[in-house]
Design a protein around this ligand. Structure first.
Ligand code: 9WN
Length: 416
């Protein structure tokens, strides 16, 4: 299936809906490719870095020249008119930085210091850009400036998004509508605001000097946890080249400490922050458990998070009515929706992050429970974009690359 989605230049996230190179999709694809074709995995990393801007940002979409019908496409971004953009057209946003982790997995599968010399400076520049450009409140945590920089349609963004003035954005056709059921996708109401944010950011060439130029700014814990783990992996990779990786090592420690400070004892979760509202919140989405992936809680706290949140039947865990876990939104939340995108369905990448987190924190039995359930889900319903938590039915696009790639990674653990 990954081979079918392979254009030769990059692996498409899905056959028709997402025909270009997306950032974290590619990194997650490379993690799976490390199990079957390391050189092809390295190509994925190289392809993504072709889209890097001179200031370090690795964009969320690289529009490799292919003749496909996708909207909103490169014209929405106008990257060619932005200082520091590469020749190849890209979006002006970024996505959770899984790339360093992918490079580490590739290197562990087949060490190649030449490849590290080639790609580490780019990864380093991206991470440095994130802390330089996106730490708006000096907390050590970075902000996303658009829901597309994380789990875009998650209810945790609703309030911040509602504040965005929907007028002024361009009107574009949505090609997703031609391929997917509309009740599994973001509404037009949300989409209009997504476009309005792009329009506002485009006015400053996607480099707001202050929050006043960014209509949406959110300290998302999925993004920050992925970054914390990636900084640690980057420091390890520099070590393979005999370098101390000083910036990455201290960034990883700083991020972990800042994430730890977001712990909410009553909610048994970590708090996120809508920077324009200035209020930390627990909104009942799985992102609040993601510091597990970065090894933030100690074993005792991680166990509590597992028992009282992640595996709790009334929150994210399996229940008689919804046996497939983990849900992306707590079942207690009024926003829980079994079919719509990031608003409840089960996603394989989320499960994979949590499995790897539980393992690193010493919760091997708990990690296995989630791993078994995840593998059962893909064997029952195939490699879909997401899944209905009650029926396990495939939702969104079929033949979704990261679902297949991460399955390859998970089944590799089962080899004797
Ligand atoms: C917009 C490609 C991407 C993923 C995102 C997911 C979705 C696009 C969309 O698809 O985003 O970038 O059309 O909604 O939310 O996580 O990287 O698979």
């Amino acid at each position: 299936m990954l081979r079918r989605n392979d254009t030769g230049l990059f692996v498409k996230p899905a056959p028709a809906v997402y025909p270009f190179q997306w950032n974290w999709d590619s990194a997650l694809a490379a993690i799976g490719l490390a199990r079957v074709d390391v050189e092809r995995g390295r190509q994925e990393v190289r392809g993504l870095l072709r889209g890097q801007w001179t200031d370090g940002m690795v964009p969320h979409i690289v529009f490799h020249p292919t003749s496909v019908d996708y909207s909103p496409g490169p014209e929405l971004w106008g990257s060619a008119g932005c200082p520091g953009a590469p020749e190849i057209l890209t979006s002006g946003l970024t996505q959770p930085p899984v790339l360093a982790t992918a490079v580490r997995v590739l290197h562990e599968a087949a060490p190649d210091t030449g490849f590290l010399e080639e790609v580490l400076p780019g990864v380093e520049a991206w991470h440095a850009w994130l802390s330089r450009e996106r730490d708006f409140d000096g907390s050590g945590l970075v902000a996303i400036l658009h829901p597309w920089e994380s789990a875009d349609n998650a209810p945790r963004f609703d309030r911040a998004l509602a504040r965005v003035e929907p007028d002024g954005g361009p009107t574009v056709a949505r090609s997703d509508r031609r391929h997917l059921a509309s009740d599994e996708r973001p509404t037009d109401r949300d989409y209009t605001r997504y476009l309005a944010i792009v329009e506002a950011l485009r006015r400053c060439a996607f480099r707001p000097r202050s929050l006043a130029e960014a209509p949406f700014a959110y300290v998302d814990l999925t993004f920050n946890s992925v970054l914390a783990a990636a900084e640690e992996d980057l420091a390890w990779l520099w070590g393979e080249l005999g370098d101390r990786g000083g910036r990455a090592t201290s960034a990883a420690a700083g991020l972990r400490e800042a994430l730890a400070g977001r712990w909410d004892e009553d909610a048994v979760a970590y708090r996120e922050l809508d920077l324009h509202a200035g209020e930390e919140q627990v909104a009942g989405t799985v992102g609040e458990l993601m510091p597990l992936y970065a090894g933030v809680p100690d074993e005792r706290r991680a166990r509590r998070m597992f028992d009282e949140a992640l595996w709790a039947p009334n929150r994210y865990g399996p229940s008689p009515e919804a046996p497939w876990a983990v849900t992306t939104v707590s079942k207690q939340s009024p926003d829980f929706d079994s079919s719509r995108y990031w608003r409840g369905p089960v996603w394989i990448n989320v499960n994979w992050f949590l499995i790897r987190g539980l393992e690193r924190l010493g919760l091997a039995a708990e990690a296995s429970l989630l791993q078994d359930l995840t593998l059962e889900l893909v064997s029952t319903s195939g490699f879909s974009e997401y899944y209905h938590p009650s029926t396990g039915a495939p939702l969104g696009s079929r033949e979704f690359s990261w679902s297949a790639a991460l399955t390859l990674d998970l089944i590799d653990d089962l080899r004797p």
